[in-house]
Design a binder for this molecule. Structure first.
Ligand code: ZN
Length: 212
């Protein structure tokens, strides 16, 4: 398991950066792994926004469809429980691909902007956002057991545009669930006590980016 405390790189295309993504890091990393190690990966993209880098790079790099097979760039649709239900369905499909040895590693990106208090996103309540973490890490644990070996797992942060006093406790909560579920580490971290409640989505200046 590895953690890259970096942003997403999931909107850039071969020709240019886009949104806050300077280059398509997902595509570059996946191609490098495929070309050097012969392995294929899946991206669990739980950012609020569709990660288009992979789909928009397939024509540019034909072997990307071997590095990240079609269907292995997972972006849940909907809001609230519908979002979680769609995630569950897609995890089950991906599990079959992993156990069939067609996918060899997973990158999980739990964007903080899929929380309803983010000014640029907002599909999930705090409890639903944490439930998504529990679903993913519980799913990894099931796969580890079925394979008899840990699934290579990489974590990244992706979007999050609320104040850092809100974004960082979300990511810390996700990591605590990861450590408790997969490593048996009791962190003692209490997400409900650490994630601020009742923050307005526009608390950090919705749509008012300023250089002042
Ligand atoms: Zn986003």
């Amino acid at each position: 398991m590895a953690l890259s405390p970096t942003s997403g790189f999931h909107h850039a295309t071969p020709g240019r950066g886009d949104a806050f993504c300077t280059f398509s890091g997902q595509v570059i990393a996946a191609l490098k792994l495929y070309r050097e190690k012969g392995v294929s990966g899946a991206f669990l993209d739980l950012d609020a926004h569709f990660g288009n880098s992979i789909e928009h790079s397939r024509a540019f790099a034909p072997d990307l469809s071997l590095a990240v097979p079609v269907g292995a760039n997972i972006n849940p649709a909907g809001e609230g429980q519908g979002y979680l239900d769609d995630l569950q369905k897609k995890l089950e499909m991906l599990k079959e691909q992993i156990l069939a040895k067609r996918i060899h590693y997973v990158v999980f990106c739990h964007g903080a902007d899929s929380h309803e208090n983010d000014p640029y996103g907002g599909q999930l309540s705090t409890e639903q956002w944490l439930e998504a973490s529990r679903m993913v890490y519980g799913w990894v644990k099931e796969i580890d057991t079925a394979r008899g070996a840990p699934l290579p797992l990489s974590l990244s942060l992706f979007g999050g545009y609320q104040h850092m006093d809100f974004v960082l406790p979300l990511h810390a909560s996700d990591l605590a669930i990861c450590l408790e579920t997969l490593c048996g580490v009791q962190t003692g971290f209490q997400p409900e006590e650490r994630i601020p409640q009742g923050i307005e989505p526009n608390w950090y200046g919705k749509g008012q980016w300023s250089t002042e």
